[in-house]
Design a protein. Structure first.
Length: 163
């Protein structure tokens, strides 16, 4: 089914992009403040998330920020590389009942096997510069999935003389 709003070029993600009961898992690539122009032409500064899997960013309202903070902590600098699940939900806003994008209050199931190859690459590093080079080549999702291994190897390699 095609929602009528999909017929227009909206710059930001909206509930209309999801089918009823559809959920999407997205990896946060970047969060930042930016000026957003409403359909009525009003400009305001909004907090926005960009994703690895989508070309459209999502405006993060307080409700969605609170949910992400419950999942991953309050520091927005820690959010890139983390995965969220979005869904459409009917809510009351501005005196109307509308569909809105909501972040589900559940962490996506981790797919450790997706990062198994990256973990092996990290464990094969022989010094910290090599570890840094390998780790920085990963996508945000791969970095999030291998952060503990990278930290473990960094400690191990810092105690080992360079070879």
């Amino acid at each position: 089914m095609t929602h009528w709003k999909q017929e227009f070029n909206y710059l930001y993600a909206g509930a209309y992009e999801l089918q009823p009961k559809e959920e999407r898992t997205l990896t946060i690539r970047l969060t930042r403040h930016e000026e957003v122009t409403s359909p009525l032409g009003e400009k305001q500064n909004c907090f926005v998330a960009y994703f690895e899997e989508s070309s459209k960013p999502m405006i993060l309202n307080k409700t969605n920020c609170k949910t992400i903070a419950r999942l991953y902590g309050p520091d927005t600098e820690d959010w890139p590389g983390r995965q969220i699940i979005i869904k459409a939900e009917t809510v009351k806003a501005f005196g109307e009942i509308v569909d809105a994008l909501r972040v589900k209050n559940v962490k996506p199931l981790s797919k450790k096997s997706d990062c198994a190859a990256q973990g092996k690459l990290l464990r094969a590093c022989r010094n910290i510069p090599e570890l840094q080079k390998v780790y920085t080549s990963f996508t945000s999702a791969q970095k999030a999935g291998t952060l503990a291994i990278k930290d473990e190897m960094k400690i191990k390699l810092s105690k080992t003389p360079d070879v």
